[in-house]
Ligand binder design. Structure first.
Ligand code: NI
Length: 143
């Protein structure tokens, strides 16, 4: 019996802007383009959290997906959904709200609770637009 990778999908929407206070308006515009818009813009994000492990012989599950969903909803979706990421979200305070930085912060939050639920966090994928998404493997090599 080999390792399985199981994924839970969740969604949220949130506003942000990509902006550095220590840069001029011109530099922010040059680097971040439309994403630096002063009065924010929003995305409908789609989050995929992948957990790996051996299926439990009693349940056949790597991790109980209901439990995984509860962990993601409580720790990630609730703080983010319908919020301004630059202003409202404690775990993003003082962090540039790029999709890359988002998944890195999500990893730090989810890794231990998922471990305590019996799984090992393997990948976080976050889709920002239909053309842009990020995948993160926790600093390890992908698969
Ligand atoms: Ni954006």
């Amino acid at each position: 019996m080999g390792t399985c990778y199981i994924t839970r999908r969740e969604t949220f929407n949130a506003a942000h802007k990509l902006w550095r206070e220590d840069w001029s308006q011109e530099k922010n515009d040059e680097v971040f383009g439309k994403c630096s818009n002063h009065n924010w813009h929003g995305h409908n994000f789609i989050l995929f959290v992948t957990v790996k492990g051996l299926p439990n012989p009693d349940t056949g599950f790597v991790i109980n997906l209901k439990e995984l969903s509860q962990i993601i909803k409580e720790l990630i979706i609730e703080p983010l959904d319908h919020k301004n990421m630059n202003l409202d979200v404690p775990f993003l305070r003082d962090i540039l709200a790029s999709t890359e930085n988002l998944v890195i912060e999500m990893w730090k939050i989810l890794e231990k609770p998922i471990y305590l639920a019996g799984g090992e966090l393997a990948k976080i994928k976050l889709i920002e637009t239909e053309n842009n998404f990020v995948e993160y493997f926790g600093g390890k090599e992908p698969f």
